[in-house]
Design a protein around this ligand. Structure first.
Ligand SMILES: [Zn+2]
Length: 392
């Protein structure tokens, strides 16, 4: 497993929006290795993409026949990675995996290399031992998870390759204990706030209208209004309330003696269901109008991104029950139901009406420098997948 993980992460599989060549070379390598294990039931559902040299984004499907084909266990892992970022943050070449004690370090070892490796080795284990899985197993190794999902999971959905009664596991988020099965995400909303006043020299403020002052007032008022109005507590989430965080800041003026005519900042909102994007935007609009009137400025709110969570996966769904049992058998641990602030591709599946569990055992080093996984977790997640396939 260690050498397999080292081999696959040695090929940079970065998407074109981040300046990469896509996943084809990595996909070819994975395929040649699993064929060498005697697994031949491999099919391709590639999406055309003129932005990469191969002209396509590979999506590989591996099928294993089970005793009862009426239900399928589907695991979706992604092959693409994010670029290493600033190399000075790395203690070595990000694409040459290093081992330090129980740690394996390299870009993509966690996101999503560990899960990809563990699920394929679970299949290999059953094959090598001649064990027939309880249900049909389908493993999808997809592209484009880090950028748009359109050429990966989105493509599988468009082709109708995932069924409503599938038990779907997305091992792309987790925690170090390996106990939390993530069932839902908060609804995500990113807004850009633009406050327009009138620029002038700071020595004669009466000739202008300070956009930064109005922006600060709007910032505090909108912060108070959002936190007051959307105060529902849901213990399913680690951070059990909605969050509204001012984050990125526009450039502003260069001179200390210039009274700013425009101010821009951004708010990252994560709403506990069932609060909606429309409700939150409505509240922001009301505050923008009243502060605008009070200060004589115009305040506009633009949506930069929104991802609504429509259907949390029920805690008593079959996929959660099966996974919970597998975790218990393989590790002795009782699972905990959980929710997160957002960010996995499971939201896309859930919004299309699929029941999806998100689970793996990781230290949350994805996208950071010196990304690492523990060998112990690589092996124990493989055991959990094997138990899941066996319906043990
Ligand atoms: Zn990922």
């Amino acid at each position: 497993m260690i050498s397999f993980l080292g081999d696959i992460i040695s090929i940079p599989a970065v998407g074109p929006l981040s300046g990469g060549n896509g996943e084809q070379e990595k996909s070819d390598l994975i395929e040649s290795i699993i064929r060498s294990w005697g697994i031949e039931t491999i099919t391709h559902h590639d999406a055309l993409d003129g932005k990469v040299p191969s002209g396509k984004r590979p999506n590989m499907r591996i099928d294993i026949k089970g005793a009862d084909p009426s239900r399928r266990i589907v695991i979706i892992a992604h092959m693409d990675v994010v670029p290493p970022g600033d190399l000075s943050g790395w203690s070595g070449d990000p694409y040459r995996m290093r081992r330090e004690g129980d740690r394996l370090i390299g870009r993509g070892v966690e996101d999503n290399g560990q899960a990809l490796t563990a699920s394929l080795f679970a299949v290999k284990t059953l094959k090598d031992m001649g064990i027939e899985p309880i249900h049909d197993i389908v493993i999808f190794l997809v592209s484009d998870e880090e950028e748009t999902n359109e050429k990966g999971i989105g493509h599988l959905l468009k082709e109708g390759l995932i069924r409503k009664d599938d038990m779907i596991l997305v091992p792309d988020h987790g925690e170090p204990e390996g106990r939390v099965i993530e069932l839902c995400e908060k609804t995500l909303l990113w807004v850009k706030v633009t406050v327009r006043g009138k620029q002038c020299h700071a020595s004669m403020p009466n000739l202008g209208n300070n956009a930064l002052r109005a922006s600060m007032l709007f910032g505090t008022e909108v912060d108070r209004a959002l936190h007051e109005r959307y105060d529902r507590i849901d213990p399913l989430f680690d951070h059990p309330v909605s969050s509204f965080e001012p984050t990125k800041k526009g450039p502003g003026v260069d001179g200390i003696n210039v009274l700013p005519g425009e101010d821009v900042f951004y708010i990252d909102c994560r709403l506990i269901p069932p609060y909606t994007v429309e409700e939150a935007l409505g509240t922001m609009g009301e505050v923008a109008e009243s502060v605008g009137k009070l200060t004589g400025t115009s305040i506009t709110i633009d949506t930069e991104l929104s991802e609504t969570t429509l259907h949390p996966t029920p805690p008593d769904s079959d996929v959660v029950k099966a996974l919970s049992k597998a975790i218990k058998i393989a590790t002795g641990k009782e699972h905990i139901n959980g929710g997160i602030g957002g960010g996995t591709c499971a939201a896309l599946l859930r919004n299309n009406g699929f029941e999806v569990a998100v689970w793996e055992t990781i230290h949350n080093r994805a996208h950071s420098s010196d990304e690492y996984v523990l060998i112990e977790n690589l092996i124990s997640d493989c055991k959990v997948f094997t138990a899941l396939f066996m319906g043990a």
